[in-house]
Design a protein around this ligand. Sequence first.
Ligand code: HEC
Length: 196
Amino acid sequence: MSNDTDSTLIRGHEYDGIMEYDNPTPLWWHLIWLSSMIFSVVYFFLSLESPWFVHQTQRLERAQVAEIERLFAAVGDLEGDQETIVSLMSDEQWMNYGASVFSANCTSCHGSNGGGGVGPNLTDDAYINVKTVTDIHAVIAEGANNGAMPAWGKRLHPNEIVLLSSYVASLRGKNLAGKGPEGEVIPPWPGPDQGG
Ligand code: HEC
């Protein structure tokens, strides 16, 4: 050890001729350490709250919303008539979208696959309020049974109501175990060529 060791830094402890030397970490080291701790706290709250931080999940949601807006703009306003509802039933892409709107809004009452719960089973041939595919549209838009089935007309995009109507119509015939049949068995939906 060099002779210029500052004797004021020698502590009082000695053992077997070995003395304790206080060699403090430098100020810059402490500053980096402290500031990294402060930064981590600031970063944590910023990452939760700040508009500067866009999370991957938010980015994905925004991209999905933008994609749906793009597709809706391309397709225009879908009519809630029999022809449109029936023809969309065979459109895989739109039925996937209908399924995602269904799982976000409807499964709490109609079961994860439409097999029923609080609400009736949508996979059998018996219906309470429905005789035609356009009745499905009316029930979804306006609700039924004094709001036991809520009205979705003001909560969802008009195209989403049409797509949901097709999706719900497409559930018919799956006959999933769930709630027993309610209402009356109705005639089959018209085929795609009979729409109009
Ligand atoms: C809060 C629970 C609840 C939610 C959420 C709900 N429903 Fe319903 N739904 C019901 C009930 C209850 C009925 C039966 C109404 C009646 O008895 O007339 C019903 C009836 C229906 C019917 C008519 C079935 C028939 O047999 O007449 C359709 C179609 C339907 N719902 C579709 C949907 C769709 C699509 C969604 C999501 C956008 C949805 N429901 C969300 C409770 C719900």
